[in-house]
Design a protein around this ligand. Structure first.
Ligand code: 2BA
Length: 106
Protein backbone atom coordinates (compact mmCIF):
# COMPACT_ATOMS: atom_id res chain seq x y z
CA UNK A 1 0.00 0.00 0.00
CA UNK A 2 1.01 3.61 -0.61
CA UNK A 3 -0.13 6.96 0.64
CA UNK A 4 -0.26 9.96 -1.65
CA UNK A 5 0.04 13.42 -0.13
CA UNK A 6 -1.25 15.87 -2.71
CA UNK A 7 -0.96 19.60 -2.05
CA UNK A 8 -3.34 21.49 -4.31
CA UNK A 9 -4.73 24.98 -4.67
CA UNK A 10 -7.97 25.69 -2.81
CA UNK A 11 -9.62 26.54 -6.14
CA UNK A 12 -9.14 22.93 -7.33
CA UNK A 13 -10.05 21.27 -4.07
CA UNK A 14 -13.79 20.72 -4.69
CA UNK A 15 -13.27 19.29 -8.17
CA UNK A 16 -10.55 16.99 -6.89
CA UNK A 17 -12.69 15.89 -3.96
CA UNK A 18 -15.49 14.95 -6.40
CA UNK A 19 -13.06 13.28 -8.82
CA UNK A 20 -11.61 11.11 -6.07
CA UNK A 21 -15.03 10.06 -4.78
CA UNK A 22 -16.26 9.36 -8.32
CA UNK A 23 -13.10 7.32 -8.97
CA UNK A 24 -13.67 5.23 -5.85
CA UNK A 25 -10.69 6.61 -3.93
CA UNK A 26 -10.82 7.17 -0.18
CA UNK A 27 -9.17 10.34 1.03
CA UNK A 28 -8.89 12.89 3.80
CA UNK A 29 -8.71 16.63 3.22
CA UNK A 30 -6.64 18.99 5.34
CA UNK A 31 -6.61 22.77 5.29
CA UNK A 32 -2.95 23.71 4.94
CA UNK A 33 -0.85 26.78 4.27
CA UNK A 34 1.90 27.18 1.69
CA UNK A 35 5.03 28.39 3.39
CA UNK A 36 6.23 30.56 0.52
CA UNK A 37 3.06 32.49 -0.38
CA UNK A 38 1.69 32.08 3.15
CA UNK A 39 -1.76 31.49 1.73
CA UNK A 40 -4.22 28.63 2.10
CA UNK A 41 -3.98 25.43 0.12
CA UNK A 42 -5.42 21.94 0.56
CA UNK A 43 -3.62 18.68 1.25
CA UNK A 44 -5.29 15.38 0.37
CA UNK A 45 -4.19 12.17 2.09
CA UNK A 46 -5.05 9.30 -0.25
CA UNK A 47 -4.42 5.69 0.77
CA UNK A 48 -4.25 3.36 -2.24
CA UNK A 49 -3.09 -0.08 -3.30
CA UNK A 50 0.10 0.07 -5.33
CA UNK A 51 -1.64 -0.53 -8.67
CA UNK A 52 -3.96 2.41 -7.96
CA UNK A 53 -1.21 5.01 -7.53
CA UNK A 54 -1.11 6.01 -11.21
CA UNK A 55 -4.93 6.10 -11.61
CA UNK A 56 -5.12 8.33 -8.50
CA UNK A 57 -2.38 10.60 -9.89
CA UNK A 58 -4.38 10.78 -13.15
CA UNK A 59 -7.42 12.04 -11.21
CA UNK A 60 -5.23 14.65 -9.51
CA UNK A 61 -3.68 15.67 -12.85
CA UNK A 62 -7.11 16.00 -14.48
CA UNK A 63 -8.53 18.22 -11.73
CA UNK A 64 -5.66 20.49 -10.71
CA UNK A 65 -4.43 23.40 -12.76
CA UNK A 66 -1.33 25.55 -12.86
CA UNK A 67 -2.02 29.23 -12.23
CA UNK A 68 0.11 32.31 -12.29
CA UNK A 69 0.09 34.48 -9.20
CA UNK A 70 1.67 37.85 -8.77
CA UNK A 71 3.09 38.74 -5.39
CA UNK A 72 4.95 41.82 -4.31
CA UNK A 73 8.62 41.17 -3.72
CA UNK A 74 8.37 42.95 -0.38
CA UNK A 75 5.90 40.24 0.65
CA UNK A 76 8.50 37.56 -0.13
CA UNK A 77 11.57 39.55 0.78
CA UNK A 78 10.63 42.08 3.46
CA UNK A 79 14.05 43.68 3.29
CA UNK A 80 13.58 44.49 -0.41
CA UNK A 81 13.15 48.24 -0.72
CA UNK A 82 11.49 48.12 -4.18
CA UNK A 83 7.87 47.03 -4.12
CA UNK A 84 7.95 45.23 -7.48
CA UNK A 85 5.66 42.41 -8.57
CA UNK A 86 7.02 38.87 -8.91
CA UNK A 87 5.35 36.19 -11.05
CA UNK A 88 4.99 32.76 -9.41
CA UNK A 89 3.63 29.61 -11.09
CA UNK A 90 1.58 27.64 -8.55
CA UNK A 91 0.40 24.04 -8.94
CA UNK A 92 -1.30 22.06 -10.47
CA UNK A 93 -0.36 19.72 -7.60
CA UNK A 94 2.66 18.78 -5.51
CA UNK A 95 2.49 15.06 -4.80
CA UNK A 96 4.48 12.78 -2.54
CA UNK A 97 4.01 9.01 -2.83
CA UNK A 98 5.08 7.23 0.35
CA UNK A 99 5.22 3.56 1.34
CA UNK A 100 2.86 2.38 4.08
CA UNK A 101 4.29 -0.17 6.56
CA UNK A 102 0.93 -1.14 7.94
CA UNK A 103 -2.69 -0.18 7.35
CA UNK A 104 -5.52 -1.12 9.70
CA UNK A 105 -9.12 0.02 10.00
CA UNK A 106 -11.07 -0.92 13.11
P1 2BA B 1 3.92 27.71 -1.33
O1 2BA B 1 5.03 27.34 -0.44
O2 2BA B 1 3.06 28.85 -0.91
O3 2BA B 1 4.57 28.01 -2.77
C1 2BA B 1 3.78 28.53 -3.82
C2 2BA B 1 4.61 28.64 -5.10
O4 2BA B 1 5.66 29.55 -4.89
C3 2BA B 1 5.26 27.32 -5.52
O5 2BA B 1 4.36 26.55 -6.30
C4 2BA B 1 6.46 27.80 -6.31
O6 2BA B 1 6.10 28.15 -7.63
C5 2BA B 1 6.84 29.08 -5.58
N1 2BA B 1 7.90 28.85 -4.60
C6 2BA B 1 7.82 28.15 -3.45
N2 2BA B 1 8.97 28.18 -2.78
C7 2BA B 1 9.81 28.93 -3.50
C8 2BA B 1 11.16 29.34 -3.33
N3 2BA B 1 11.88 29.00 -2.25
N4 2BA B 1 11.71 30.12 -4.31
C9 2BA B 1 11.01 30.48 -5.40
N5 2BA B 1 9.72 30.12 -5.61
C10 2BA B 1 9.13 29.35 -4.68
P2 2BA B 1 4.39 24.98 -6.20
O7 2BA B 1 5.80 24.48 -6.37
O8 2BA B 1 3.37 24.46 -7.16
O9 2BA B 1 3.97 24.60 -4.72
C11 2BA B 1 2.63 24.76 -4.26
C12 2BA B 1 2.55 24.44 -2.78
O10 2BA B 1 2.94 23.07 -2.60
C13 2BA B 1 3.52 25.22 -1.91
O11 2BA B 1 2.95 26.47 -1.57
C14 2BA B 1 3.70 24.31 -0.71
O12 2BA B 1 2.58 24.39 0.15
C15 2BA B 1 3.67 22.93 -1.36
N6 2BA B 1 5.02 22.44 -1.69
C16 2BA B 1 5.70 22.60 -2.83
N7 2BA B 1 6.88 21.99 -2.79
C17 2BA B 1 6.96 21.41 -1.58
C18 2BA B 1 7.96 20.61 -0.92
N8 2BA B 1 9.13 20.28 -1.51
N9 2BA B 1 7.71 20.18 0.34
C19 2BA B 1 6.54 20.49 0.95
N10 2BA B 1 5.55 21.24 0.38
C20 2BA B 1 5.77 21.68 -0.86
Amino acid sequence: MKVILAIVQDKDSQDLQKGLVDGGFRSTKLNTTGNFLRSGNTTFIIGVEEDQVEPALDVIRDNCHTRTQFVTSSFILPEDAINSSVEVQVGGATCFVLPVDKFVRF
